[in-house]
Design a protein around this ligand. Structure first.
Ligand SMILES: Nc1nc2c(c(=O)[nH]1)N[C@H]1C(S)=C(S)[C@@H](COP(=O)(O)OP(=O)(O)OC[C@H]3O[C@@H](n4cnc5c(N)ncnc54)[C@H](O)[C@@H]3O)O[C@H]1N2
Ligand code: MOO
Length: 398
């Protein structure tokens, strides 16, 4: 097959995402919602903060009363209900405590002088000083968080601040991870001559749940056409996405594409990208199929470039369709041929700009090149890059 038969990354992504609809929704308690994608737009149910309150430990008063000694008429802790402020007085108040009716400002305690008959509060004092007003963060009825947002730690806290205990989220995509290759053994087993350990299984078992997937089947498949076909059929029957590693190239033990074509359809094969050229996309019934190339770097990069957007689309998370992009100054030289190169780079920030440092050996079998990587520098096909050139980088953020 000629290089001209290869598909671009953009063509492959378009084919992969063309008809993906978000999965069904379920309600989960907020404690279980971390990393999930919101399936409803949440509306604020109350003003936060729900009442005017003090930003400081100090004294609450009418700003117009500053510049004299005021007796302390009450003491208000966070969690107390405050009585209205007595005329010509101030209230001892602590951070988060409600402002008493009649007060319009707070002075931190470091700025007052204690006297026998009260506290001297210096003038001038601005109305609203050190007061956090009701609804400053959000008011009842405003949009709290949009549907399609992946819930991060701050979002969970923000939602909790509204007293919301349960949210509707998209069901996690069920995924089967099948490794192929008779040369593979599990860590802990003894290697016979010619054998190696299964790296992809451990790498992807960690990575795919970070993209929101639930791994419901993880298994190894023997290199025969029958075993491959049976394993794909079993996996497709119970999952939303079947992912395989290895067996998609042109070797005599590469049975994955044949099995896929017998059970379903191959939508696209062979990409003009490095690493990951033999990547195969397809479907078995309603189940999506992604066949990652077996070289560990190819599987790693393929997961970031294809499985993250696919899992994002299945969860209704638009922001997952593309990795965040930054510009960086190359700290390496390179030249590409017919395939665009997704180089693994470590980013540093010096002199006001990012610098991309490429691991020296960028072969697709060298998983070590990914261990320190925090981005993929995208080098277009048939181009060259010299030290100091600006390159576009995709950040590896799940
Ligand atoms: N004649 C050709 N040969 C190859 C081509 C080609 O176009 N023509 N493409 C090369 C490229 S590029 C890649 S990438 C590989 C991918 O081939 P497969 O996807 O079929 O993968 P395998 O042959 O099964 O394995 C490739 C390599 O990776 C090792 N491997 C596989 N699985 C694992 C695992 N789970 N953990 C660790 N290592 C794994 C495997 O032992 C092989 O060394 O094909 C080239 N060949
Ligand atoms: O496409 Mo392969 O992943 O370069 O070695």
């Amino acid at each position: 097959m000629a290089d001209s038969d290869m598909h671009t990354l953009e063509q492959a992504l378009a084919a992969l995402l063309a008809d993906v609809a978000p999965l069904s929704t379920e309600r989960v308690s907020l404690a279980m919602a971390a990393g999930r994608v919101l399936a409803e737009t949440l509306t604020a149910q109350l003003d936060t903060p729900p009442f005017d309150n003090s930003a400081m430990d100090g004294y609450a008063l009418r700003a117009a009363d500053a510049g004299r000694v005021l007796p302390v008429s009450q003491r208000i802790m966070a969690g107390d209900a405050a009585a209205p402020l007595a005329a010509n007085s101030c209230a001892r108040i602590f951070t988060g405590a409600p402002l008493p009716a009649g007060a319009d400002s707070v002075v931190m305690q470091e700025q007052v002088e204690s006297r026998d008959d009260g506290v001297y509060i210096p003038a001038p004092l601005a109305q609203g000083n050190s007061v956090r007003t009701r609804g400053r963060e959000i008011t009842c009825g405003e949009t709290l968080i949009e549907a399609g947002t992946r819930l991060n730690s701050a979002a969970l806290g923000f939602i909790a601040g509204q007293g919301i205990a349960e949210v509707a989220v998209t069901r996690r995509p069920r995924i089967a991870l099948l490794s192929t290759g008779d040369e593979l053994k599990m860590p802990g087993e003894t290697l016979a001559p010619g054998q190696i350990y299964n790296s992809n299984r451990f790498m992807l078992s960690d990575l795919l749940p970070r993209f929101g997937a639930e791994l419901t089947r993880v298994e190894h498949v023997a290199d025969t056409s029958q075993a491959t076909r049976e394993a794909l059929a079993r996996a497709a029957a119970e999952t939303d996405v079947v992912v395989t590693t290895g067996g998609v190239s042109v070797g005599e033990a590469d049975h994955v594409r044949d099995a896929l074509e017998q059970l379903g359809q191959l939508d696209l094969w062979r990409l003009s990208i490095r690493p990951g050229k033999p990547l195969a996309l397809g479907r078995i019934g309603d189940t999506r199929f992604v066949g990652l190339a077996g070289n560990p770097v190819s599987a790693f990069v393929g997961a970031w470039l294809f499985l993250r957007p696919l899992l994002g689309a299945l969860q209704g998370a638009a922001a997952m369709s593309e990795l965040p992009r930054i510009s960086a100054r190359a700290a390496f030289d390179t030249t590409t041929a017919a395939r665009s190169h997704y180089m693994r780079v470590a980013l540093t920030f010096e002199g006001g700009e990012y610098h991309a440092h490429a691991f020296a050996d960028q072969d697709s079998s060298i998983l070590r090149s990914c261990v320190q990587a925090d981005a993929l520098a995208v080098i277009p096909a048939n181009s060259s890059v010299s030290v100091g050139d600006i390159v576009s980088c995709l950040r590896l953020e799940a």
